[in-house]
Design a protein around this ligand. Structure first.
Ligand SMILES: Cc1cc2nc3c(=O)[nH]c(=O)nc-3n(C[C@H](O)[C@H](O)[C@H](O)COP(=O)(O)O)c2cc1C
Length: 380
């Protein structure tokens, strides 16, 4: 490359994104629940995990692929569902779909995606998984399930950790709303970030593209509290494909979901955007793995910022890892090129970490020998 892009880590992407995005958009992406202690503890817990390097194992040929649901994936990480991605840069949803297609990894398409679910399924080469929020009395939710079925989705991700939308003071301070509204405060913010405003707003402000306000309606702040185990059974009966349940931190819930027919559980604290006092999801993962045994598929997201973090999640029991904020920051920092750069950085970091640990496949990371157990593991 002729010029240094300035992107050498996900922290660089976040720093550049912070400069370019309006404060409201940066805080929508970066912010967490409450006082954000949970987000800090989640990072601390990941940092506290130490890995045990090994020598003389000939690690020249390292394979980053994994198999999930009998499908080979070229990378051990994929895209977690995120609402309103196009706020990070115009066309962000499509950039994510394209990278999912290229590396054959799942692309989580949010209920509140800024591009419609049909377009993203096709753009991702059928790698998209549709993420579902229960809301109201569940009628609209079932309409979306039928629509995902008709569109040809084979995997549904049911997010259960949002019985009510968490209080995120950074969002509230900026008056962040979906659909997007521009009052005097937002106008000033956008005027101070002309590059973003001229590109993003010039293309029409992003909307919740799965909802037309007639046949499909969604109110982000509407209560989702009525979901219960009966609803889960109903959904399981209605959905013939794979059903992933996202946002589980409790081992008993994990066991009950497995027994009720979930095909996989995505251990997640929603990036600490919901409950400030939640345990670090990476530690919950270890407990849930111990409860469900070695073979039940466990997926993981929350707090992943580097390839070493990805490897740590595998060491703690994950079968696949999903990325959130780092991808939005990558695109805010440099569009499709920024996304590709960060994707390659993470791939390199995973590969280098494997070399340090003396492994050539992701499957070997399940061996507890890689976990340096003398390190302090706080908040267990
Ligand atoms: C801006 C943003 C929007 C999100 N929207 C959704 C969503 O619509 N549905 C969902 O299940 N999770 C959503 N999430 C949570 C992510 O899927 C994922 O759990 C979280 O971002 C992982 O933490 P990380 O960002 O620290 O990697 C969102 C996260 C962010 C940052």
């Amino acid at each position: 490359m002729l010029f240094d892009t300035g992107l050498h880590s996900t922290a660089d992407a976040r720093r550049l994104a912070r400069k370019r995005l309006p404060w409201m958009v940066f805080d929508y992406i970066d912010g967490s629940a409450g006082e954000e202690h949970g987000a800090a503890l989640s990072r601390q817990a990941l940092q506290d995990i130490r890995l045990s390097p090994r020598v003389l194992r000939n690690v020249s040929n390292r394979d980053l692929s994994v198999t999930l649901f009998d499908t080979p994936m070229q990378r051990p990480f994929g895209i977690s569902p995120m609402g309103m991605c196009n706020l990070s840069t115009p066309g962000a949803d499509l950039m994510l779909a394209q990278i999912a297609r290229e590396f054959n990894v799942p692309h989580g398409v949010s209920t509140v995606a800024s591009t419609d679910m049909e377009t993203l399924l096709s753009a991702s080469g059928h790698k998209a998984w549709f993420q579902l929020y229960f809301s109201g009395d569940g009628t609209g939710t079932m309409q979306l399930v039928e629509r995902a079925k008709r569109a040809g989705y084979d995997t549904l991700v049911l997010t259960l950790d949002v019985p009510e939308v968490g209080r995120r003071p950074r969002e509230l301070r900026h008056g962040f709303k979906m659909p997007f509204r521009i009052g005097p405060r937002q106008f000033f913010d956008f005027a101070m970030h002309p590059r973003w405003s001229l590109t993003t707003l010039a293309k029409g402000s992003p909307t919740m593209a799965n909802f037309d306000g007639k046949e499909y309606v969604f109110d982000r702040s509407e209560s989702r509290a009525a979901a219960d185990w009966g609803y889960f059974d109903k959904l399981r009966a209605a959905w013939p494909g794979k059903l992933v349940v996202k946002g589980v931190l409790n081992p008993e819930d994990a066991l009950r979901l497995r027994d009720a027919g979930a095909d996989a559980i995505q251990v997640s604290s929603h990036g600490c955007r919901q409950l400030d006092s939640a345990p670090p999801a990476i530690l919950a993962l270890r407990h849930i793995r111990a409860a469900v045994g070695p073979d039940f598929p466990l997926l993981y997201d929350s707090g992943i910022r580097s390839g070493e973090d990805i490897v740590k999640a595998y060491v703690m029991g994950a079968d696949f890892v999903f990325l959130g904020r780092v991808l939005l920051f990558a695109m805010a920092a440099g569009g499709a090129e920024g996304l590709r750069t960060v994707w390659d950085i993470l791939s390199d970091e995973v590969s280098l970490t494997m070399a340090q640990l003396g492994v050539t496949t992701m499957a070997e990371l399940k061996d507890p020998e890689h976990h340096w157990l003398d390190a302090p593991l706080s908040y267990q």
